[in-house]
Design a binder for this molecule. Structure first.
Ligand code: GLU
Length: 578
């Protein structure tokens, strides 16, 4: 570096550090909330809705396993949080077995029907479709995966009978549940929810107004569907009358009808996968492998940050925020370039190799942003593909964390993709629009894009159900969030806040967000984090202040075995336990 530039750089550094110091005395104090977590000694569930948490507790009190409780939770969420997840969608579950010490990743991601073509999201003139042009209707619907995945997990880890786990949702669907603030707000705000008659009839009253908060809504059709699955297992969903009705709904959709067939339904398989795990300081962090980009990208960010003294920096400080943004930028450059459904397009082997990540960390400058990070060369397969980042709406999807009485743990993120998915409703539930998570433009510079649509393929996800262990393999924390590709930033922040800054799980979830997806540095609007804008601007970050509706639900276990639950104040979650 020429001498003059280096003097200039030093002056900038000193000024920025001075600003940061002032900042830390003023705004810093407000950055960390004084919230305390919910505590329990035997078992706990943290979900996005009080009825779902209650269902989990009912099952756990009967001696049910974490997987049993997860099934009950998912069925209740299909009813009470229909905008986010359900049996018409897909999900990922990380499971820790306290007896064997084994962690397994269950993949219930939607699959593209056999009729899928790589140009499915292109108009006749070759231009990509508009977002809602593609989302609403049959085109975006992937073969749902949640039911098959839950059955697989139940075969491995269930204690109570399968049909018992459906009872809370069936009873509630018949008796009715009160419409929540969020369901009301999202139905009122959604321009597309009235597109299809049967969906409109369910979400709006006779005058076409969304049901007011607290209105008791019944869903006998869903109750009947759940009874069929309770009695007939996942086969009752993937074959027979339900599969027939689902495919008819897609094929006869008034908008974008497509050929999802009963053969596509019958062919769906869930997959047991090896979780991706890496050490982070004295902990082991495990995440979801592809088709989710969540695990690898989170572990890359942490692996890069391991080169920096994060535990000595302060939550929400200029330096910690800069480093998180820069590490995320580098990780997203790799994610966008390499990750897709690895059963179809394998990724390079060395993506979370500590040596590779140490080299990536050297690209970070302490007081200067590096816009437009380039993907690295982690070794192994070298393909060129760049997948545009889709689905960053962050209004749907759900995460729940459960610890049962035997210490088994579930961390599960589940989704119908955007709020209300494809807006197609059938047999009492909504169908997903998960296929829009594919890259819409299948070729870049004449080369195939890894995450392009292909028959039988799973679209790349960002969902990041996460489990943390201590160096002896003892469970420490379960966490995850909705939020599209921002999920990765929300989860990473919570990991740093708990593992490095020793905040309790509730404080860690509350902490304002800062993230970067290899573009603008986003800070959470309406929080003390806004005070960082001038200083980050000065370092060359393009700062965007955004509302960030994460939905983090986490459970931490203290060394004396106390379970501590935290839920996201940005949504409607409840943690509870005995
Ligand atoms: N479809 C997204 C994914 O799988 C999740 C959507 C959301 O969280 O809003 O990454």
């Amino acid at each position: 570096m020429p001498k003059q530039r280096s003097i200039r750089q030093s002056i900038i550094t000193i000024s920025l550090l001075a600003v940061a110091l002032c900042h830390s005395t003023n705004a810093q104090a407000d950055m960390v909330s004084d919230s305390v977590p919910v505590k329990a000694s035997k078992f706990m569930a943290a979900t996005a809705n009080p009825y779902a948490t209650e269902a989990a507790l009912e099952i756990l009190r009967e001696g049910g396993s974490a997987v049993d409780a997860a099934i009950a939770v998912q069925m209740v969420l299909t009813l009470v949080e229909p905008q986010s997840s359900g049996i018409g969608g897909g999900g990922f579950m990380l499971h820790f077995d306290s007896l064997t010490g084994e962690t397994v990743a269950y993949d219930g991601r939607e699959k593209a029907p056999a009729s899928t073509s790589e140009t499915m999201f292109l108009r006749a003139n070759g231009e990509p479709m508009g977002w809602y042009e593609a989302v609403v209707g049959g085109l975006s619907v992937g073969v749902p995966g949640v039911v098959r995945m839950l059955e697989m997990a139940h075969q491995d880890h269930g204690k109570l009978p399968w049909d018992r786990l459906f009872q809370p949702a069936i009873d509630l669907a018949r008796a009715g549940f009160p419409v929540s603030d969020r369901m009301n707000y999202l139905s009122a705000a959604d321009t597309y929810l009235k597109t299809f008659e049967s969906t409109a009839q369910y979400f709006f009253d006779a005058a076409g107004a969304p049901h007011p908060v607290g209105t008791i809504v019944k869903n006998p059709e869903l109750a009947q569907t759940l009874e069929m699955i309770a009695g007939g297992g996942a086969d009752a969903f993937y074959t027979g009358p339900l599969a027939e009705t689902i495919t008819q709904t897609v094929q006869n959709a008034p908008l974008n009808p497509t050929m999802m067939t009963t053969a596509d339904m019958a062919a769906y398989t869930a997959v047991r996968r090896q979780a991706v795990c890496s050490p982070y300081r004295s902990y082991i962090v495990c995440g979801m492998p592809p088709p989710s980009s969540g695990g690898i990208t989170t572990l890359q960010i942490l692996g890069i940050l391991e080169s920096f003294p994060m535990p000595h920096l302060r939550p929400g400080s200029m330096l910690s925020s800069h480093l998180i943004a820069e590490a995320s930028r580098l990780a997203f450059a790799d994610r966008n370039h390499y990750l897709a459904d690895s059963d179809v397009t394998p990724h390079p082997d060395g993506m979370i190799d500590p040596g590779y990540l140490r080299d990536r960390a050297k690209l970070i400058k302490m007081v200067e942003a590096t816009p437009n990070a380039q993907p690295g060369n982690p070794g192994g397969i070298q393909e060129t593909h760049l997948a545009p980042d889709s689905a960053d709406k962050g209004l749907s999807t759900t995460h729940f964390s459960i610890v049962d009485g035997d210490g088994n743990v579930v961390s599960m993120t589940s989704s119908i993709e955007t709020q209300f998915g494809s807006r197609l409703m059938t047999s009492g539930f909504l169908l997903n629009n998960q296929l829009t998570d594919f890259a819409w433009i299948p070729k870049k510079d004449g080369k195939p894009v890894a995450n392009r649509p292909e028959a039988g393929k799973r679209p790349r996800s960002s969902m990041s159900p996460t489990l943390v262990f201590d160096h002896d393999g003892r469970f420490v924390m379960a966490v995850g969030s909705p939020g599209g590709s921002s999920i990765i930033g929300y989860v990473t922040k919570t990991l740093i806040a708990t593992l490095d800054w020793k905040l309790n799980i509730q404080q860690a979830i509350d902490l304002p967000h800062v993230l970067n997806k290899n573009g603008a540095t986003r800070i959470e609007a309406g929080t003390p984090m806004e005070t960082l804008k001038p200083v980050l601007d000065g370092m060359g970050h393009e700062v965007e202040m955004r509302e960030m509706t994460s939905g983090l639900q986490g459970i931490w276990i203290t060394p004396d075995g106390t379970l501590e639950g935290g839920v996201d104040p940005r949504r409607e979650g409840v943690a509870a336990g005995d």
